[in-house]
Design a protein around this ligand. Structure first.
Ligand code: F6P
Length: 564
């Protein structure tokens, strides 16, 4: 991504000796088909595979060899990755533009640990907030949280967006099998979109007497979430304050039907969230890194606190590995280096996330925010424009379904794409009925066969077929699409925690090598401001004069149909 206004100086990463060496190495390596690399090295799977925390990462289908990896490791050293890992985990102010640490890893430190930030032990505060969350979960699971009319809460709707939605949504879906037995049946739902369509559906179906809303917003200023919250509050007030002979106060309704989760207690107070129903967290937890703390309330409601702590423990195991393993065996570092090699040296700038397990349906959506909001940047931490590519376009879908949608492009399109295949090895062992278990286990085997076959065909192309007789061009496959495969022993709270932490750390290592700050998101601010101005114009409170003709035409189209 060369910038016309580049002010690159010799200090940028692409001037490092290792970067230059990799550029030269790539000139020859680009011409080598990955199938040739397999033919050259029968031990390739072992050379490029690592195990940690119940995960196996196979990087052998990447278009690299041992020499490439050595040079990438040198780039990591020259970019000071080891020092950056220490800075991240020890609470240094790695979020430079906002001058604060990024301490999501502190949210999963065990109780006995200590980590001081500005002289205060954050671990004690973290565990205190988990206990507050646990108290709310226990009340709801005991059927003891009652709405304003005295009935126990049955439906909990999380109102949040971005990091206050995607992580909890993804994890609750992935771990729905881990619901604790014998708790009051509370169902958890998510409404994120500012247009109100998800919320409208819930409001048309749910009983206000037994519905509780969790207002999740780090800043407590996000219009998407606040507009949903205001609609929900008015719905509750309209329905509940009219109930029965005894009038019910608005204060009681808001108190019993809203929990707030935020880093901004003053704003929760202002909105009217009762202080006993506020869960707090800290500015040093980035929104897209926040599922590990109180933003994880919906997760704890679905899987229970014991499983939530397992999720944290799995992530912590990955954190320790990230901190302690040498770069050459460090799984997040290796995954990051594969991406750097593809993006910056093989010019592969599209990345697809392909889980082969329906429980991971929202994993790609979650990673879209984690990766692209973190690393979709084009200036260094010092504010210099950069002349190399950063985050690729990343998207995904459940692999089996994507096979019937966009795999055509992966196999025969003109675009090189890096793919991540993700699958559990074991599945359905706990299904009680033997006949159903047999069927489902065989479906799991079918999914694994497809997962392994697809990465093989993407790698080998036509060579995956034994009988490679003459075929017309439209039936040929060139292969050479690089991929990584992550196998989970099985999908559990612990392995999912480790998997998420693996990607968080991968994103961090790539940011260090690109010399960008992965913990801010200034690129989303201008759109918010312009949308506020545009909203006023739609309300006939501003002038159309500064508008371009396209936007003017769209606004006039709305006015033409507007009724009230
Ligand atoms: O607008 C982007 C963003 O700030 C994300 O970074 C964040 O996860 C999301 O909005 C929601 O923010 P909040 O939790 O403050 O409502």
């Amino acid at each position: 991504m060369a910038s016309a206004t580049s002010t690159a100086t010799p200090t940028t990463r692409d001037r490092l000796p290792a970067w230059q060496a990799l550029k030269r190495h790539a000139e020859t390596q680009k011409k080598v088909h990955v199938k040739t690399l397999f033919a050259r090295d029968p031990n390739r799977f072992n050379t490029f595979t690592r195990d940690v925390a119940g995960l196996t990462l196979d990087l052998s289908k990447q278009r690299w060899d041992a020499e490439t990896l050595q040079q990438l490791l040198a780039l990591a050293e020259e970019s000071a990755v080891p020092e950056a890992i220490t800075a991240l985990l020890s609470g240094q102010r790695v979020n430079t533009s906002e001058d604060r640490p990024a301490l999501h890893t502190a949210l999963r430190l065990p109780k006995a640990a200590t980590l001081k930030v500005d002289g205060e032990d954050v671990v004690a505060a973290v565990h205190e907030s988990l206990q507050q969350m646990e108290a709310l979960v226990v009340r709801l699971h005991a059927g003891q949280w009652r709405g304003a009319t005295g009935k126990p809460i049955k439906d909990v709707v999380n109102l949040g967006v971005g990091g206050s939605d995607l992580g909890p949504l993804m994890v609750t879906h992935a771990l729905a099998d881990f619901r604790p037995a014998d708790v009051y049946p509370v169902e958890v739902h998510f409404a994120s979109t500012m247009d109100g369509s998800q919320l409208a559906d819930y409001l048309s179906r749910f009983n206000p007497e037994t519905t509780l809303f969790v207002l999740s917003s780090k800043s407590f200023t996000t219009i998407d979430t606040l507009s949903n919250a205001n609609t929900a509050r008015d719905w509750l007030l309209a329905q509940l304050t009219r109930q029965g002979a005894t009038p019910i106060s608005a204060e009681l309704v808001v108190r019993q039907h809203f929990i707030g989760v935020s880093a901004c207690p003053e704003k929760m107070n202002e909105w009217g969230i009762a202080s006993a129903h506020q869960l707090r967290f800290w500015e040093w937890v980035g929104g897209r890194y926040s599922l590990w703390g109180t933003i994880g309330l919906p997760i704890a409601l679905v899987i229970g606190m014991a499983n939530f702590r397992e999720l944290l423990a799995g992530a912590h195991t990955m954190d320790r590995h990230f901190q302690e393993a040498p770069l050459a065996d460090n799984v997040p570092v290796l995954l990051a280096l594969a991406g750097i090699w593809n993006v910056n040296f093989l010019d592969i700038r599209a990345h697809s996330i392909l889980p082969y397990d329906g429980r991971l349906e929202y994993f790609a959506a979650y990673l879209e925010q984690l990766e692209m909001e973190s690393n979709g940047k084009s200036v260094t931490r010092q504010g210099q424009a950069i002349d190399y590519s950063t985050c690729p376009v990343l998207w995904g879908q459940l692999g089996p379904n994507a096979q019937h949608a966009f795999y055509q492009l992966l196999h025969q399109g003109t675009q090189p794409v890096e793919c991540d295949f993700i699958a559990p090895l074991k599945r359905y062992d706990d299904v009680a009925d033997p006949e159903t278990r047999r069927h489902l286990k065989s479906q799991h085997k079918l999914a694994l066969a497809n997962c392994f076959a697809q990465s093989r065909v993407l790698m080998l192309g036509d060579d995956a077929i034994d009988d490679d007789g003459p075929r017309p061009a439209h039936k040929r496959y060139r292969g050479n699409q690089p991929s990584s495969t992550v196998l989970l022993d099985q999908l559990t709270p612990a392995t999912l925690g480790a998997l998420i932490a693996l990607y968080e750390h991968k994103v961090f290592v790539q940011a260090v090598i690109w010399d960008i700050n992965p913990f801010d998101q200034w690129g989303v601010e201008l759109g918010k401001k312009i949308a506020t101005d545009t909203h006023k114009i739609l309300d006939h409170e501003g002038s159309l004069d500064p508008m371009d003709t396209s936007t003017r035409g769209l606004i006039e189209a709305f006015w033409a149909v507007e009724k009230d």
